[in-house]
Design a protein around this ligand. Sequence first.
Ligand SMILES: [Zn+2]
Length: 145
Amino acid sequence: MPVFLCPRCAYRESSSERNVRHQPRGCSRCGFGFSFELLEDYYASPKTALIVCDKELRVLVAGHSAFAVTGYDEGELIGQDVMAVLGLGGFADGDPIARSLEWGVRVLNVPCTYRFNATADFFPAYDDDGGLLVALTPKTAVPSQ
Ligand SMILES: [Zn+2]
């Protein structure tokens, strides 16, 4: 059953729980304008940065824990290429973003080094706009800014 994940507050809702009459696309907990549709359930940890990109991989939303993890204000991230601005890359096993978008599948637990060791999860968007959700979870302490 599809699950909707709010990129702002990380609230999860199943499609049957959603109050589509009052909040057709948004989060019914924090009121944020849209929730990201996932085909399978996913739990973001309290430390997981949730970043939504458009189909050109430019940042649309730097939401839940994004400042704590990336050190950037949302305003500094919006419109930037997510790979470039986060310095993601050098993945050991091909390009997980390309794999996620090309096959329309989620790609989980990709080790990456950002300012610290982290794992990245990538989720393709299933609506007509396309796009991608990047979830970045630190595995070691995040250095202070
Ligand atoms: Zn929310």
